[in-house]
Design a protein around this ligand. Structure first.
Ligand SMILES: CC(C)(COP(=O)(O)OP(=O)(O)OC[C@H]1O[C@@H](n2cnc3c(N)ncnc32)[C@H](O)[C@@H]1OP(=O)(O)O)[C@@H](O)C(=O)NCCC(=O)NCCS
Length: 176
């Protein structure tokens, strides 16, 4: 189990909390959905072994940095919605070394403003607690929903580049 400080962010409808081992199951299910993964990386769902690896990396990052991808729950029910949080951009990608803000929700949770609501809280935490003055979002050009979230956060489109897997991404950047 992860150790370290309990870090939670609350919004009107969401609890954003440090991930725990029990989040692996719903995380893996979400990442196995082709619709969810359509505009991420190479656009393919993630198999169970890769999801386990990704989840372990996510937990490890929290252990090291006390920051990362928060598990997003519906506050009223405790239902798992997905994750919203920050991660370092790999060095070989456009914006390598910058801090990316990202979001991924179960399909059933889309279209209710949850990503924007949660991302606003994550951005405020990144500024206040982590002291960040700039964040980026790298988004596949066809991912209109995600681009709308970045724009609503006030991030500006600054150009295009190659993402971590060599895919073309639109770069959004600005103060958190
Ligand atoms: C991207 C994602 C997190 C958005 O979650 P969400 O909770 O639905 O987002 P919000 O409701 O806060 O905002 C979505 C915006 O997209 C708009 N939108 C909804 N359907 C849309 C569509 N078919 N085409 C374009 N825009 C659309 C909404 O209107 C909303 O903007 P608005 O509030 O200005 O109207 C969610 O769709 C998701 O998990 N997608 C798969 C994972 C992913 O691609 N993550 C991002 C990788 S960069």
């Amino acid at each position: 189990m992860p150790v370290g400080p309990l870090i939670e962010l609350r919004t009107e409808r969401l609890l954003l909390r440090r991930p725990v081992a029990a989040d692996l199951e719903p995380f893996a299910l979400m990442c196995a959905d082709p619709e969810v993964m359509r505009h991420i990386g190479l656009g393919r769902p993630i198999d169970r072994a890769s999801a386990e690896l990704g989840f372990a990396t996510l937990l490890e990052r929290w252990r090291q940095d006390a920051a990362g991808l928060f598990t997003a729950e519906e506050a009223a029910t405790g239902a798992y919605l997905g994750f919203i949080g920050t991660a370092p951009v790999p060095a070989h990608s456009v914006e390598g070394g910058a801090t990316e803000i990202g979001w991924r929700l179960r399909r059933a949770a889309w279209g209710q403003g949850y990503a924007t609501e949660g991302a606003r809280a994550v951005a405020a935490d990144a500024a206040d607690r982590l002291g960040l003055t700039r964040i980026v979002a790298l988004i596949r050009p066809a991912n209109d929903r995600s681009r709308a979230v970045a724009a609503k956060l006030g991030l500006e489109e600054t150009g295009e580049g190659k993402g971590p897997r060599g895919e073309t991404v639109v770069v959004y950047a600005g103060a958190p």
